[in-house]
Design a protein around this ligand. Sequence first.
Ligand code: G4P
Length: 521
Amino acid sequence: MTIPSRRTFAIISHPDAGKTTLTEKLLLEGGAIHLAGEVKARGANRRARSDWMKIEQQRGISVTSSVMTFERDGITFNLLDTPGHEDFSEDTYRTLTAVDSAVMVIDAAKGIEPQTRKLFEVCRMRNVPIITFINKVDREGRDPFETIDEVADALALDVVPMSWPAGMGGEFEGIYDFATNRLMQPTGPSKEFEGARHQFTGLDDATLAARLSPRALARLREEAELAQGGYSGFDLAAYRHGDLTPAYFGSALKKFGVTELIDALAAYAPPPRPQPAEPAPVEPERADVTGFIFKVQANMDPQHRDRIAFMRLCSGKFRRGMKLTPSGSGKPIAVHSPILFFAQDREIADEAYPGDIIGIPNHGTLRVGDTLSERADVRFTGLPNFAPEILRRVALKDPTKTKQLRKALDDLSEEGVIQVFYPEFGSQWIVGVVGQLQLEVLISRLEAEYKVEAVLEASPFDTARWIAGPDAAVKSFIEFNRSSLATDRDGNHVFLAKSAWDVGYQQERHPDLTFSATRER
Ligand code: G4P
């Protein structure tokens, strides 16, 4: 099968580095203009947490912008949105399992920030190649060398400067692209936006003097020489292996360097990669359709209890109406009304190729981590389930709502908003999350979508571990530790520990059991 060109990627960044602005400019550049307004609205509104939750509840917006597709020069770019809030979110991390590469946006004045680093670690776990975009060069920033060295040191990556700013902030006069020897300069009386591109033969081209002030030119020549000489050269294999990152300077706001970024994605970012699976990794060239669910979004329409499962297609040519078997239930389903994200072209909306994302409406049959396949002979691996770092007991304000609460907790755990544990003893259920914000989202969604008022109380437990081992050993452990035992939504045994020490102690006493902090699906 010939696979059409795809670049499936995500943007990783710390809040406020400029992800929303860059997304908007990428979409504008790619011609998907009608989406750009929505992205903007979301970015502006997201600033306040309460606003963010309202936006999330309105669902419509975050769904259309969950996957954004644009085309350029015969290549289809699938940009997967990763929620930008500060808290660690499982949703974000799982989305990164569905991409082939990432763009890391860094604020030129701030360098590597905590969220960038966390997201980077997830990319590294999966060898996801990264292109770095050093944003906001139109503002006073740090010395560009400082930023580049920081990326190299903090992330243990080889950084290759691919372009260089001629001055920054008030002295900004343009960006010089090393590969093409082009200078991009602001034009017009306000010098607000990128306008002109000038071609040169190299940095020693005498005609550069006509475009830059003597001071900016001298500085550019000196810094560019250091930048090109002081760092390793670009190496495609090292980039694709996740060991090297090409770095571009730019200004998302003023649309500097955005074209170069898309060109870099087209030229260097990998097409769909083989995906880890049992019994063997799945190559995109494989003829039959396979894919996995990396995200489920419930209650997009409060009138219907439907949910959309987002599947990354890993192999084969998907056609509307085709039958696929989910690994969870084992019962084939016909995908009659897939949501495809090609904004422009209805013609190709009936089929999709490796690297594409398909939204599948369902009533809860599809779960995060499920494999879907034509032949039901493969299972994708490696979608992590993160260790809950915060455990809370859920108490109902109205005790007659137990049934609704159970349904809500099951749904939301399926969506990956929370993890839920049902203790063997006692009637109060426990939720586990990895970031505080998830608790706020939980309470707000319980009220808005399930009409359940609940409060979260301190839990006697500090951490949760999935127990595995020989049947007899598990059984005897359960017998003796009932007061600390629970089951998760799927009925797996979970040990609720009062402290990390408690885990260590049990592990020592039961060497034949494993106590896992995460459960791989
Ligand atoms: P995020 O999604 O990563 O959180 O960042 P977002 O794009 O929302 O950008 C955060 C702020 O940084 C916004 O300003 C945005 O205008 C600004 N910004 C983004 N890229 C650039 C750039 O290249 N240069 C400059 N100078 N600013 C940039 P804000 O004042 O918080 O919001 P707004 O009122 O301007 O929308």
